[in-house]
Write a protein that binds this ligand. Structure first.
Ligand code: PMP
Length: 430
């Protein structure tokens, strides 16, 4: 595996001015509140990050100024087979030629529900929506409709979306929006028991992610006994076990993320990767929750859109045919080993946590993510798009050449970080 970037450097460094990006940012500040909202806001990104993108192909993206990057964010998860995957694009185009948002869904609606029911072991039925937040919210609503209770247990620090009941930023929300949430600590069953006891008889559901992936913190795998314990506690109390598979779904396992550990949720929320970048979300559930799900009035103007469903069918088929989970694990393992060796070489103490196909890198003693930000700004300069505070995503499109490029960029980023830390020390007379 080559780690020298000399011959492979992409045209990404500061020699390419970010003219178009800066111009668009200035125009956006006039007509878009804050210029940008959500996770692409520059407040959470190093200064040299582009906010605007032009194109993507496979494991590469190109920003509006024509700078090309190996993509380790995959649009924050949705792109699982790589950008503009041929089979998915063909299926989407075929459906688009017939129509997308028609008066009702197309055949794809039933085919996709059948596909999910056969793919995901806990699922007896499926519903389709647009965003992950739609899906987590609907899971909670179904749990409440089934149980006639109010409270939902959520892990402290977990992200389940941006609606008033779950957004991590309180601006614009009311106490009442969140008054039905009770917190527990991930992987701590005693804290779940305590939370249950504090609202005994009123718990509609326990919401949990497949592993702990709170942004900005080292990731933590689920303790199998914790997962089994949650299942047992939900059975005892009559609450729904709700798995938020929005971020992990299909990257860990070709099926539900807790299938390998044998713990079945009652309801699960999906989005991001299920249509390789087309806007789609799903709620899957078992027969116990079928009547509650059908008792609701829930819909959206675009929820029956057929192009995303055709894209999803093609995505599920391609994931299986291309054995993508295994490929992502293989590429992710090489990336992890390469980064570990490089960090050691440059005398930097790092931790890499979580599954290799959803890596998170942190630096020892790195308060306020300062080293992480400098590292990711360096990686970006050398042609690799990743994020300092959020887990990265490997896609099934990552070739060995992409991996070489990525590791060449991380090596240079570590080298530069080492040099700047040495300079700082010298400056401080240490
Ligand atoms: N749950 C999890 C675990 C997520 O990672 C996200 C999105 N980052 C959501 C829910 C919300 O999904 P969306 O942004 O599509 O509404």
């Amino acid at each position: 595996m080559a780690i020298e970037a000399k011959d492979q450097k992409l045209a990404t460094d500061e020699t390419v001015p970010m003219t178009k990006d800066r111009e668009l940012q200035a125009r956006a500040r006039v007509v878009i509140p804050g210029g940008m909202y959500g996770h692409m806001n520059t407040r959470t990104l190093p200064a040299n990050y582009p906010q605007f993108m032009r194109s993507g192909k496979g494991a590469r993206v190109v920003d509006v100024d024509g700078r090309e990057f190996v993509d380790l964010m995959c649009s924050w998860g949705p792109v699982i087979l790589g950008h503009r995957h041929q089979g998915v694009e063909q299926a989407a185009a075929q459906q688009a030629a017939l129509g997308d948002v028609l008066n009702g869904p197309s055949e794809r609606f039933v085919e996709l529900a059948e596909k999910f029911v056969s793919l995901v072991s806990h699922a007896d039925w499926a519903m389709f929506l647009k965003n992950g937040t739609d899906a987590t919210t609907l899971c909670c609503t179904i749990a409440r409709a089934h149980t006639g209770r109010r409270k939902i247990l959520v892990a402290k620090g977990a992200y389940h979306g941006a609606a008033p009941w779950c957004t991590p930023v309180e601006a614009g929300t009311t106490i009442e929006d969140r008054s039905n949430l009770v917190r527990y600590i991930y992987n701590d069953l005693a804290s779940v028991r305590e939370a249950l006891a504090s609202v005994e008889g009123d718990v509609a559901g326990v919401l949990v992610s497949p592993f702990r992936h709170d942004a900005g913190f080292d990731q933590e795998f689920v303790d199998v006994d914790f997962a089994r314990g949650l299942r047992a506690l939900c059975d005892q109390s009559g609450a729904a076990l709700i798995l938020d598979d929005v971020r992990c779904g299909l990257r860990l396992h070709h099926g539900g993320s807790w299938e390998p550990i044998g713990v079945e949720p009652d309801l699960s929320a999906w989005s991001k990767a299920i249509a390789n970048g087309y806007a789609l979300a799903a709620v899957l559930g078992n027969n116990q929750y079928r009547d509650a799900a059908s008792s609701l009035f829930t819909t959206g103007s675009f929820w029956y859109s057929s192009v995303a469903m055709a894209a999803s069918l093609a995505t599920l088929e391609a994931l299986e045919r291309e054995n993508s989970v295994a490929h992502m694990v293989s590429q992710g393992s090489t990336l992890r080993e390469g980064i570990d060796a490089q960090a050691q070489r440059w005398g930097l103490e790092v931790r890499q946590t979580g599954p290799v196909q959803m890596p998170y890198l942190s630096f020892e003693g790195d308060h306020e993510w300062r080293m992480a930000s400098r590292f990711s700004a360096g990686a970006l300069r050398h042609g690799l798009y990743l994020h300092p505070r959020h887990n990265w995503f490997v896609s099934g499109a990552m070739t060995d050449a992409d991996l070489d490029m990525a590791l060449a960029a991380t090596n240079l980023a570590f080298q530069e970080l080492r040099a700047s830390l040495n300079d700082e020390r010298e400056h401080q007379g240490q």
